[in-house]
Design a protein around this ligand. Structure first.
Ligand SMILES: NC(=O)C1=CN([C@@H]2O[C@H](COP(=O)(O)OP(=O)(O)OC[C@H]3O[C@@H](n4cnc5c(N)ncnc54)[C@H](OP(=O)(O)O)[C@@H]3O)[C@@H](O)[C@H]2O)C=CC1
Ligand SMILES: CC(=O)[C@@H](O)[C@H](O)COP(=O)(O)O
Ligand SMILES: [Mn+2]
Length: 384
């Protein structure tokens, strides 16, 4: 029986994780649920899954929940509440499915409390890969990827020795603007950007897929999850999102993991690992697939991927700045303050202006995160 705490239960990954839990009632007990401000959906989830603890990071939303929720769960608010959910004695596994750098402290707290991590919140590993993986090693806990590419790689690596691996090959859909001319990109709208060709996801990651920053984040995530050099992590555009990623071995053989694009499979695998549990979510009808195609990423139209590699290779606080500047710029794009291409321009300027700190502490990372957000806020008027 897995006893899970879900941080970000009202989002795309969180709700699908609860579907997985509901499909296997004999395998899961949900012991804590946490979200940001969606008190109505959280209340429905509390009635259905009956956890001991409910958290809303937003204090006013937590007060609203207290006003209408009549069940037995304890209600907490703020980062204190997120950390209580992440460290709850009844939990053995924490699913980190909240968005952004806000996931870092709760994830570190969960690791320190000895919880295994089912990691969807890639921004945590990008910003603080060294710190988080070192803590997990020290505490002897597993960090199991939920991200589809990294789940695919983990599946391809089963039964393989590390010395046999030549390179990891992450697939990228290319996003909604894969075929758009470069000169049209400054004028694309938020609603066009939010139409991912294959996946239904939260707003932030959907914008990241469109800029290819998502793949930059995923390259850094792969570096830390699988302890690989950046030179041994490649990206190939595969518009159908049927192959979720691949591993090439030293003899030239390639293993790939395939399935319909449905996150319930990688979510379930993060919980069932190393076993497999029955599911039909991602089953393929090969006779209905017309083609699986591949192309190199276009780093001229989508420079964010190359910036991810650059930040990762620089190390220290650079990946944290890459992530924080991107988070701030995506928010500014979503609220209509800047154009689509200004997202990547903001990240470029933040990386150029930042003085990297090597081997950063948590305090250094928090300072770099704050610096990058303030930097982007300052340059927004110039980008309009
Ligand atoms: N969606 C997907 O298919 C995939 C997502 N991921 C990663 O998973 C993570 C979640 O993505 P996704 O589910 O799409 O995002 P969503 O925006 O759909 O959901 C985010 C969830 O996190 C909560 N949340 C947001 N900010 C905070 C905060 N500061 N404190 C507490 N809770 C917070 C939200 O609560 P509320 O609803 O109350 O606002 C919501 O429950 C991201 O890191 C993303 O990159 C990775 C691979 C695939
Ligand atoms: C489902 C998932 O894992 C996303 O990260 C997805 O990969 C996004 O698609 P892109 O390949 O367009 O970034
Ligand atoms: Mn992914």
């Amino acid at each position: 029986m897995k006893r899970i705490a879900v941080l970000g239960s009202t989002g795309s990954i969180g709700t699908q994780a609860l579907e997985v839990a509901a499909a296997h009632p004999d395998r899961f007990r949900v012991v804590a649920l946490a979200a940001h401000h969606n008190d109505r959906l959280l209340a429905e989830q509390l009635d259905r899954f009956r956890p001991a603890l409910a958290v809303l990071a937003d204090g006013e939303a937590a007060d609203r929940l207290r006003g209408h929720y009549r069940g037995p769960a304890k209600i907490m608010a703020g980062e204190e509440g997120l950390i209580a959910a992440a460290t709850l004695a009844e939990a053995d596994t924490v699913l980190t499915s909240l968005v952004g750098f806000a996931g870092l402290r709760p994830t570190l707290a969960a690791i320190e409390a000895g919880k295994n991590i089912a990691l969807a919140n890639k921004e945590t590993l990008v910003a603080a890969g060294e710190l988080v993986t070192a803590a997990a090693r020290r505490r002897g806990v597993a960090i199991l990827p939920v991200d589809s590419e990294h789940s695919a790689i983990l599946q391809c690596l089963q039964g393989e020795g590390r010395a046999g691996v030549r390179r990891l090959i992450l697939t990228a859909s290319g996003g909604p603007f894969r075929e758009r001319a470069k000169e049209t990109l400054p004028r694309v709208t938020v609603s066009e950007c939010l139409k991912h060709p294959n996946w239904s996801m939260g707003r932030k990651i959907t914008v990241d897929s469109a800029t290819l920053a998502n793949k930059g984040l995923e390259v850094i995530e792969a570096r830390w999850l699988f302890d690989m050099d950046y030179d041994a992590i490649d990206v190939v555009v595969h518009p159908q999102s049927i192959i979720h990623s691949m591993v090439e071995f030293v003899d030239g053989s390639v293993m790939a993991q395939l399935g319909r694009p449905d996150m319930r499979l990688p979510i379930q695998y993060a919980f069932s690992f190393p076993d497999r549990w029955p599911a039909d979510f991602a089953r393929l009808d090969f006779t209905a697939l017309s083609a699986l195609t591949f192309a190199p990423p276009d780093t001229d139209r989508f420079p964010a991927l190359a910036m991810g590699y650059e930040a990762g290779r620089r190390g220290g606080t650079a990946p944290c700045v890459f992530n924080a500047a991107n988070e701030a710029a995506v928010n500014a794009f979503l609220s209509g303050e800047i154009t689509f291409t200004a997202i990547t321009a903001s990240v470029r300027r933040a990386l150029d202006a930042h003085a990297d700190v090597a081997s950063p502490t948590l305090a250094d990372l928090c300072a770099a995160d704050e610096w990058a957000r303030a930097f982007v806020a300052r340059i927004i008027p110039e980008l309009k």
